[in-house]
Write a protein that binds this ligand. Sequence first.
Ligand code: S3P
Length: 265
Amino acid sequence: MREIAEIREDIAACDEELARLLARRMDGIGEIIGYKKRHGLPILQPEQEARQQKLLEGILEGNPYEEELLEVFACILRMSKKVQAKALFAQNIALIGFMGAGKSTVSHCLKDMLSMEEVETDAMVVEAEGMAITDIFAKYGEPYFRNCESNAIIELQNRRQVIISCGGGAVMRDENVENLKKSSRIVLLTATPETTLERVKDSDERPILNGHMNVEYISELMEKRRKKYEEAADIVIATDGKSVIGICEELIRKLNGMDGDKGCQ
Ligand code: S3P
């Protein structure tokens, strides 16, 4: 039987070795990003993640600590993704675009793929006001909602490496664009009026479109907003007919200057 001091010494030695190994693993993550960028390889490779997971499950099968160790590795993976995100983005990513452009969907996917935090300006307003967007419009009117939206954007100024999904009308105010630009690269997602209608037609949470769920109205409003969207954007991504993961990959490449666009670091 070992003495307690000896057991503790052994545990400390394990920690030391683990810390060294984990740092080496993180260095590897940084190297992989550099390699992928140099060779123009896709940054997001969910198949590789699945392969690695299978390998680990095989290694740990039957291990008395199987469940716990798999959880430790899940945490390591999350942290590796954070390191990856830091290597890719120094700032926030602000997603803008018309209702139904795919801002929330793209945000959720980026969050999973890069373990980044995500916030929605609409959700911030709902939380601050304690009521749904449609109720805010109905009770206080649109200008009140727009002020809440501007306040939400101001609140986000000191954050970094967060995905900000902006309400569709947010960048109509120049002040919001200026505030977003202080800490974010701005990504405009676009979709045709037809695709947009297809994506929003069953939603009753968008007061701007209530009673106007048709291509003509969407098309007209989109056109009115186009200039402001385009002026605010650092990069533009058309989303029609593309997979979410494909859109995220395009976004990462463009923000990192891998598609001939200016990088963000
Ligand atoms: C709006 C878009 C909505 C929401 C509000 C107003 C707009 O956000 O902010 O209903 O003016 O385009 P989504 O673009 O996320 O639907």
